[in-house]
Design a binder for this molecule. Sequence first.
Ligand SMILES: C[S@@+](CC[C@H](N)C(=O)[O-])C[C@H]1O[C@@H](n2cnc3c(N)ncnc32)[C@H](O)[C@@H]1O
Length: 316
Amino acid sequence: MTGSGNATGFSRGPGSRIMKCAGAACRAGSGREEGMRVADVVPEGVDPSVPSVARIYDHGLGGTDNFPVDRAISARVGEAMPESSKVAVLNRALLRRAVRFLAGEVGIRQFLDLGSGLPARDNTHQVARREAPEARVVYVDDDPMVRAYAGALLAGDARTAIVTADVRDTGAVLGHPDVVRLIDFDEPVGVLMSGILHHFPVSDDPGGIVAAYLAPAAPGSHLLVSHFHRGAPEAEELERKFVAGIGSGWFRTTEEVAAYFGDLEPLDPGVVPASVWRPDPAYDRALFPDITTREPGETEVGAIESLIVGGVARKG
Ligand SMILES: C[S@@+](CC[C@H](N)C(=O)[O-])C[C@H]1O[C@@H](n2cnc3c(N)ncnc32)[C@H](O)[C@@H]1O
């Protein structure tokens, strides 16, 4: 599906009332009027009584594109470790720094953003285009709310698309007309798997899914992976609460996450807590004023920072 205005799919939610407009789609001209809040407007295909990974993550980022059922899951997870929702911000900041690095220093001009999430304040195409205005981005997510809101944000932008698909269906994604149109696998591509592999059980073979996306990619392509990490004793209970609440959210070890990169060449500093991956406190704080940051060279992190790791590797 292209980013061509899914805004028409909105209907009023039951018992809705007009409140302050605040969501990303509202800013993007989704069809919601000023003064309406996301919880008042339910896009087609969205069941506000069933929690969604995308909306829970949006809540963790301080967004408003979520429903009470999503916030209830966040609260339940938070019982295992207060402030663990800060992991969302640490993860998003890593994604932003990595995309800036790939577009700016490495020179990547096309990105496949797998499990892209709801539009937030600084999305992959916006970050990349500050470095390279010609950058092309295909977002892939299976959430109907993402389809509606990303569609609204990207409407009229011929160099981006939102594909609604299951990332595990690698053939369908790689063969999708918008992927074929915008991603040239004969040129280096940035494959972004930020915060998605921890939603795949071992039985789905997450490493095999990663390998399928990298197989057709040209030498010089890069992979970003970020992942929940078994870095603190609370990780076990957090995992239990996620899996009970939404059916996924596995915390893995550094070695397990590093294995997803297969035979790609790891870039410094390897798979590390998100907050110590090529840190840039001023850049992070400009978007997330309350984020925990580390100075370059620092490696010690707190318990919450230890729960999310990531790294970037290059295909030789
Ligand atoms: C934690 S969010 C991460 C968003 C974004 N990548 C980031 O790091 O800021 C995970 C996203 O993956 C999506 N997702 C989970 N399983 C998926 C699947 N099998 N296929 C497509 N998208 C999926 C969810 O809908 C959600 O939007």
